[in-house]
Write a protein that binds this ligand. Structure first.
Ligand code: IMP
Ligand code: MG
Length: 178
């Protein structure tokens, strides 16, 4: 066991097979002749996005957004902020937002509203993790790989102060580290 972590919540092999299933879900959900754009929310999406796209068999377009979410007490200061927008014209295309984790629900809901005026054909949200206990608004991803408890998790894209994104599994930080 890595001394930095209290426990491993989701091991690497489980992530791998769950992401394969998520890719199948993408392949089975859209007509072959229609455009699908996979939009990743940086930076947390990186490992999940990379694995997911590698298992998707149909044609997809790729793009990314940088969105800063205000966490904890800072949330009172404002809504999530779109730092970098996508460059792809999504009119009449299906978009899939790819997130690492949905917690309060604010971030993804805000991004969905932001992209709404661009005339996409459909919009869905795929998240690696779904943390439902502290949901602040009514929002559910269309697909998620794992339901997780209300613990502070790191690894496979999730960070604590920009560290641990490179850890290849999902772990809980040791108490006192945060
Ligand atoms: P929401 O707006 O509360 O749904 O927050 C979503 C964002 O908060 C995610 O994209 C993560 O960046 C971050 N987040 C939520 N829970 C955790 C966690 O347990 N560890 C690390 N980041 C988290
Ligand atoms: Mg994130």
């Amino acid at each position: 066991m890595d001394k930095r972590f209290k426990s491993i919540i989701i091991p690497k092999w489980k992530i791998n097979s769950a992401v394969k299933k998520a890719a199948k879900w993408v392949d089975n959900n859209y007509p072959a002749n229609e455009d699908v754009v996979l939009i990743g929310l940086l930076k947390g999406c990186i490992p999940f996005y990379a694995k997911l796209m590698s298992y998707i068999k149909r044609d997809i377009e790729t793009d990314f957004m940088v969105v800063s979410s205000y966490r904890g007490a800072d949330r009172a200061q404002g809504l999530p902020n779109i730092v970098t927008d996508i460059k792809t014209d999504i009119k009449d295309k299906h978009i899939i937002l790819v997130e690492d984790i949905i917690d309060s629900g604010y971030t993804v809901k805000y991004v969905m509203e932001f992209l709404k005026q661009r005339g996409y054909k459909s919009a869905k949200v795929v998240s690696l993790l779904n943390k439902t206990e502290k949901r602040k608004i009514q929002f559910e991803p269309d697909y998620y790989c794992f339901l997780v408890p209300d613990k502070f998790l790191v690894g496979f894209g999730l960070d604590y102060q920009e560290k641990f994104r490179n850890v290849p599994y999902i772990a809980e930080l040791k108490r006192g580290d945060k």
